[in-house]
Design a protein around this ligand. Sequence first.
Ligand SMILES: Nc1ncnc2c1ncn2[C@@H]1O[C@H](COP(=O)(O)OP(=O)(O)OP(=O)(O)O)[C@@H](O)[C@H]1O
Length: 255
Amino acid sequence: MSVLIGTEGLYLAHGSQTVLRDVNLSLARGEIVTIVGPNGSGKSSLLRALIGALAPARGRITRAPGLRIGYVPQKLAIDATLPLTVARFLGLPRRISATRAGEVLTGAGVSGLADRQMSALSGGQFQRVLLARALLDTPDLLILDEPTQGLDQPGSAAFYQQIETVRQETGCGVLMVSHDLHVVMAASDRVLCVNGHICCEGTPDIVASAPEYRALFGTGTRGALALYRHEHSHSHGPEGDHAHDHDHHHETTGA
Ligand SMILES: Nc1ncnc2c1ncn2[C@@H]1O[C@H](COP(=O)(O)OP(=O)(O)OP(=O)(O)O)[C@@H](O)[C@H]1O
């Protein structure tokens, strides 16, 4: 198994606030791993650390030599008044050939969009274009932060299907954050459930039946709007003797 990226005892902080504790993970080529967890649980911070945009407060991140990462951000605001075609957008900041633009758009499942205006794309098309941009460097690892935010259920399912196709065609590893619990459970090889630390992890079946996951998300994840209540209390050794109680209400949209 060829490990692409891993962490050992990783702690992340914003200023004096520790947002993630003692994260140990590893991701291999060809795997699709999804991170789930409530809002503010540290998911985006973890992705940002893995791409090198947030320095560890403690611990280590190891990357395979020469690892190429393609990143799809959570949000990308483009001025709607700016005339910018999809092909031009893909060529920022480095110019690319029309052939290459066509290739990555095809890889993202939207081959006909090159000449469209970015401002005229639907939410789903926009996300596909961001995916196409992430494919430009032929990444070994694709990292996606809530790539289906704002998409409806069929749109989300189609997007994840495209990720699966990319994985099959390129053999890359995929790490993504998602709130689409039902899709996550169907589309991932492994799931990491995060809430300030990794609460539980494993195959979707194992995670879905883990008490920590059920405490966060309940037993049914099929509703269009899942209201979940998180109450868990546990302690971690040997140094993390923090017992904590959470009592949050969260709304997950698009689930
Ligand atoms: N740049 C920053 N400066 C200060 N605090 C930050 C920064 N980014 C995130 N945080 C804080 O770190 C914590 C974790 O945020 P993060 O964005 O990693 O969570 P998340 O699980 O991705 O949340 P969501 O599901 O809402 O996207 C939150 O309390 C957040 O307010």
